[in-house]
Design a protein around this ligand. Structure first.
Ligand SMILES: [Zn+2]
Length: 58
């Protein structure tokens, strides 16, 4: 059985919960690794990437 896991963000160092729901989502997507970052940092990273690609295409 899957259980919620507490992981530590490698960017900001806070602990965050990797929920069963997210674990199932990861499995569904075929990711066998766990997230290294908390949701906030993941979102920030994604935004940064989008900004970068926007500038890149201009
Ligand atoms: Zn973080």
């Amino acid at each position: 059985m899957l259980q919620d896991k507490t992981l530590k963000c490698k960017d900001c160092g806070i602990e965050f919960v990797f929920t069963v729901r997210e674990q199932e989502f990861y499995k569904e997507k075929g990711f066998d690794n766990e997230p290294n970052r908390c949701p906030d940092c993941r979102r920030a990273n994604k935004l940064r990437r989008q900004e970068n690609s926007n500038t890149y295409h201009r």
